[in-house]
Design a protein around this ligand. Structure first.
Ligand code: AMO
Length: 439
């Protein structure tokens, strides 16, 4: 059978080729990025997850069978090549490979649905339709390498700070963030939905005595919006901590973001360079602006906003213009925050709720939670919801629920900031939006 690895194994990745290994034999495996045939000499660029390396085949030096195999290659085919490394001032890494044996592992069909070398530019829809080819581009895979580093740092951060990782159900019976944005699903004879937030479960874990928990998981929002920062399926990084309030968890969030920025700068310098993106790391605590001050700032900028309204897109832009970078927006009107948010003791119009913003992009929402059963029932009713729908959640508040606070960060939005992407679709492998359910 053709195309099997058999006893062939890769010895070097593309980025491990440098003048230090000149003279040695290597086996590389990857995709045919480019073929240039000048008759007397042929260049084949091989690409793998780390980058590219040049295979140079002068017809006088290379076996006729090998030359024929190279000549018959089609772009984006998967190959393995054994050869000798030789110094070359003109080649990308200062070295090239003179091929001795070629194994075609899988020939690619032609024409390609899109061109991963970007000689022919494709729009976002064509790219997403052929996402596997799109991600072969280094400026696209760079985004996901940075996103991977982000999750790595975040998990390290949580584990280092005493948080336990949890997984909560995504098939749920009720809404958490207000009633309208749920995807109904068929669940045998019952009504069920896709979860829009692990909110109720992470709070129940506080009642379960787990002290500090986090979850990284999918959230589903049936909002009809079609914007550059909303998807119908997103990844949320959720944290919840007991015996803590909004200020405590803002500090945790602040520290986590700084660690992510530092780690991405340190470990993803190559990816940032490919993206042409620089990441500034703010020193110390992010600035804080209260909702009241934000209303003034927005109005002063000529965008009309009444006290008690959520920020319109224009209001977010005006505020972002004034604040810049990362900042917290605090002391929200209780009326526009969910039922689980703790009101101020001395003025119930305000809630102990905050958003973390980056320029005009909301990255996170969080709050001190209501931990008293009676107040929670009252707030559920005031939001026009029926406490009967929250049975097992509410019960957890009757038998020893500690004071607690937490937040949820949109992972895909944070990736936009880390990579300088303007469209959230760039930061999700297979985005789900109003019009897209495949691939
Ligand atoms: P919220 O609804 O604000 O809060 O969501 C938290 C964060 O998740 C991201 N996000 C989204 N990202 C992309 N597309 C969407 N449709 C989308 N919806 C939300 C945003 C947002 O800031 N339970 C609370 C969190 C908490 O209080 O702990 C919640 O879900 O970045």
């Amino acid at each position: 059978m053709q195309g099997l690895l058999n006893d062939w194994r890769r010895t070097h990745y593309a980025n491990q080729h440098n003048p230090e290994i000149a003279g040695s034999d290597v086996t590389i495996m990857g995709w045919v990025h480019e073929i240039r045939d000048f008759g007397g000499i042929m260049f084949v660029i091989i690409r793998d997850v780390t980058g590219r390396v040049q295979v140079t085949a002068p017809s006088k030096k290379v076996d006729e069978d090998v030359l024929k195999q190279l000549r018959d290659l089609r772009k984006e085919s998967v190959v393995a090549i054994k050869g000798a490394v030789q110094e070359s001032a003109k080649a990308p890494n200062g070295v090239e490979i003179i091929p001795k044996e070629v194994k075609v592992l899988n020939m690619a069909d032609q024409p390609l649905p899109m061109d991963p070398t970007e000689k022919v530019k494709a729009g976002i829809d064509t790219r997403l339709d052929s996402r596997f080819l799109d991600i072969r581009k280094e400026n696209v895979s760079a985004i996901f390498k940075i996103k991977g580093q982000m999750f790595h740092t975040i998990r390290d951060f949580f584990y280092d700070n005493g948080f336990y990782e949890i997984n909560t159900p995504k098939l749920v019976a009720s809404a958490t963030e207000g009633g309208t944005e749920l995807f109904p699903i068929a669940y045998f004879e019952k009504e069920a939905f896709l979860g829009q937030s692990p909110q109720l479960y992470k709070q129940m874990m506080m009642g379960a005595g787990m002290d500090k928990v986090f979850e990284i998981g999918q959230i589903f929002r049936a909002e009809e919006h079609d914007t550059l920062r909303h998807l119908n399926e997103a990844v949320s990084i959720d944290a919840e901590a007991s015996f803590a309030d909004d200020e405590d968890v803002m500090k945790i969030l602040n520290d986590m973001i700084i660690q992510v920025l530092n780690d991405v700068n340190e470990n993803c310098a190559n990816e940032l360079e490919i993206l042409g993106h620089e990441l500034e790391v703010p020193s110390g605590d992010f600035p804080v602006v209260t909702y009241d001050d934000a209303v003034d700032i927005v109005n002063m900028a000529g965008v009309e906003m009444q006290w008690g309204e959520d920020l319109s897109r224009e209001a977010e832009k005006a505020l972002g213009e004034e604040m810049g970078g990362f900042y917290f927006l605090t002391k929200w009107p209780a009326e526009i925050k969910p039922f689980y948010v703790m009101p101020f003791e001395d003025d119930e119009k305000y809630a102990h709720a905050f958003d973390l913003m980056y320029n005009n992009l909301e990255l996170s929402s969080g709050a001190t939670r209501v931990h008293q059963y009676n107040l929670l029932v009252k707030q559920i009713e005031e939001k026009g919801l029926n406490p009967d729908g929250f049975g097992s959640y509410l019960t957890a508040f009757k038998y020893g629920m500690p004071p607690h606070a937490g937040w949820g960060v949109g992972a895909d939005r944070l990736t936009m900031v880390l990579t300088g992407s303007q469209n959230i679709r760039e930061c999700v492998l297979f985005p789900r939006d109003r019009h897209r359910l495949t691939p």
